[in-house]
Design a binder for this molecule. Sequence first.
Ligand SMILES: [Zn+2]
Length: 309
Amino acid sequence: MPPAPTPTYFQLAMSPVPSTTKPLPHNPKTPKPLLRLELRDLSLDGVHTFLSCIDATSALQQCIETIFRVLYSPQCHVPTTRSVTLILRSMPGVAYTTGISIDDDHKEIHLSTDYIHGIAKDRKMEEIMGVLQHEMVHCFQFNALGTAPGGLIEGIADFVRLKAGLSPPHWKREGGGDWDAGYQHTAYFLEYLDKVCGEGTVVRCNEMLRHEKYEENKFWKDCCGKSVKQLWAEYNEMLDRGKKKGNGGNRREEKMKKANLLLAEAVRLQQEAAKLITEAQEERDLVENGDGHGVQSKQDETTIAGDKQ
Ligand SMILES: [Zn+2]
């Protein structure tokens, strides 16, 4: 006889407990898609780390709030993303985002538990949130109908991460290479454009990527009034000037260090001289007061003896 199927056992609900936690501040323009968390294997170390560092119930919506603060203005069109599922699983690499093939409005973020497990202990929370922030941007950014350079898309994602205060310590502004090399390389360039071409430049970039195919010359002329090559050259010049200033600063610092050492040495010599003067004065006082008679006699005797020779 085949075993009987497992019946459904219900647990009785407890009487509701009033919530003591305050709801997160919510921007009315910010979408609230359905958010899910999928843990493929609870035994993985990375899963344990994730659950102990991150408040999964609020982290994803928090990332969306940041995106709509940094990358959208009230005049912008809102993407149609309807759900985001964060999937924690063992896999190589860090993370990636994809749309479900039958409906691209449903996104999946795949995050590697192996990567989470390998993050330095004191960086775990910030790094996980940084990666989530980056991937969540991919769920809510425009890409010129798939024609935008990958480096620009990755740069915008890291620009939001940068603005969220989640940049890792190894990130730095650096020129050279191509403007669209992506990630923080492009993110810092976009941050510069936001300063020199006016705040909201990156918001404008994202909005311009909404419905038109990407055409480099037109795109950057419309967005910043110059070609991206020119903007990139100006950014590199600015970085070079900063470097030179930094080198000049180093030279000045060296000189000040040397001067301080000399001053310290001068103070030491002054103290030594003052000590010798005090000793000499004390000896003179002893002699003048007669207490140093023996010394004087000895000196006199020596002098006399010397005279005899
Ligand atoms: Zn990315």
